[in-house]
Design a binder for this molecule. Sequence first.
Ligand SMILES: Cc1cc2nc3c(=O)[nH]c(=O)nc-3n(C[C@H](O)[C@H](O)[C@H](O)COP(=O)(O)O)c2cc1C
Length: 159
Amino acid sequence: MTDKFRPLKDAFGRFATGIGVAACRNDDGSFSAITINSFTSVSLDPPLVLWCIENRASVFPAFMSGDSYSVSILRADQQAVSERFARYQPEALSENEVEIWATGAPVLKDRLAGFDCKISARHKAGDHVILVGEIVQFDSAQGAPLVYFASNYHSGAGE
Ligand SMILES: Cc1cc2nc3c(=O)[nH]c(=O)nc-3n(C[C@H](O)[C@H](O)[C@H](O)COP(=O)(O)O)c2cc1C
């Protein structure tokens, strides 16, 4: 079947991005996570970021009901992590592969940078919802990023 959105996806895909895993804690204590490349820094004061979640994503209800999320930015050697959370019903995040920071959202232990955010706004936008988060805790490390360009993974040069 042809994908009628292929030409638009191809154009969007010319914007190279890093890759993150957005995650949240559910009411029952379990975690939900999804691979994202729509992450964007928004504001320094207050410190804000955003990313967009597709309405049809299986983890959509989890990110709509909670009041916080984390985003872990992936290293160049973490393609398997990206693929894991880009699948329908991925194997759940376990306690021993995450750290819990201020909001209770799980941050991947292995990361290039981490952001722990309180959700400050949700904006409906077509077939996605824009999730704006106020950063309450963050860190960053040295290393090379996992890069997504033209529907393929690449290794960024790093520092
Ligand atoms: C590199 C990459 C970036 C992605 N970025 C986003 C994104 O920003 N927002 C989103 O909702 N889905 C994004 N996705 C898709 C989701 O990761 C994926 O569709 C979803 O987790 C699949 O699970 P589902 O079938 O349960 O929806 C991305 C996928 C990949 C491979």
